[in-house]
Design a binder for this molecule. Sequence first.
Ligand code: NAD
Length: 302
Amino acid sequence: MMRLRPWPAGPVGIPGAMMRTMQTELDPGQGWPPSPAPGPRRVAVVTGAARGIGLAIAGQFLADGWSVVMLDRDQAMLAESSRELSLAGESRVLAVEADVSDPRQVSAAARQVGQAFGGVDALVNNAGVAVFAPIAETSWAAWREVMATNLDGPFLCTQALLPLLRLRAGAAVVNIASISGLRASTLRVAYGTSKAALIHLTRQQAVELGDIGIRVNAVAPGPVETAMAQAVHTPAIRADYRATIPLGRYGSLQEIAAVVHFLCTPAAGYINGQVLAVDGGFDAAGVGLPTLRETRAREPRR
Ligand code: NAD
């Protein structure tokens, strides 16, 4: 259905009436700013939600009025975090203990979510693990552990929750990749390769699932101060990041969570199959930044 609606002042040179006509032709009826379809409260499933980036994402959805399934394999931390979020979100939080790399646990979790909510509007595949080591010292066990959670997990969770995602118009999946999946940094043979594969999985999913109205995108964070970063970011790695990132700092939990939430809303309704680096410009940077900084230290007006 086409409908006219109020439209703010058009760009310079385009009369308001023409702008309204263009809008009618170009837009098959979604209002602007877009608002969620009326119906049941929206439901987000966030994996790895017991701490760090996943917990911040869960909080962001909750603050916007969604119900949130917090899925994690760490039972103790999950219980504590979900209790804290429940205090803010009344009965809109469901904690589900599951290991995303285990097909049986993922199937059982999907059944639990279906029984509780009957449908899913957003799935955020955030659970991840990191092992940083040189290629020669990366064991087969470490390689498998990283692939099992970072790659098998999003495959299994998306597949298991697909019947519930299909039930909701405008459903979206966001896979949390990493800047290490876009740029090959040292020590990340397993971690970086798992995230690069996750980026391709995102595109595979976007093509097939886009055809049934489910958008799939990836967010590739730069460094964020979490327990994971504290475990694998040595002082040398921290210095390397600051030297290479134009904004010269780590990202915050909120800066990642806000983008993930945006990708799951109608405002992002035509974004599908994209990788959004939230990285302070790291992905854009080539050589020259340290030299520029040295020059500016000597000549601040440069
Ligand atoms: P974190 O270690 O602080 O939290 C990860 C959470 O995932 C934990 O609660 C953990 O219990 C859970 N988890 C791990 N494996 C699981 C599994 N198999 N099943 C279920 N739950 C599991 O990590 P974080 O820094 O918050 O990272 C979250 C995501 O962001 C990861 O995918 C990570 O690769 C990605 N990322 C992090 C950074 C960073 O600098 N922190 C940068 C880029 C990308």
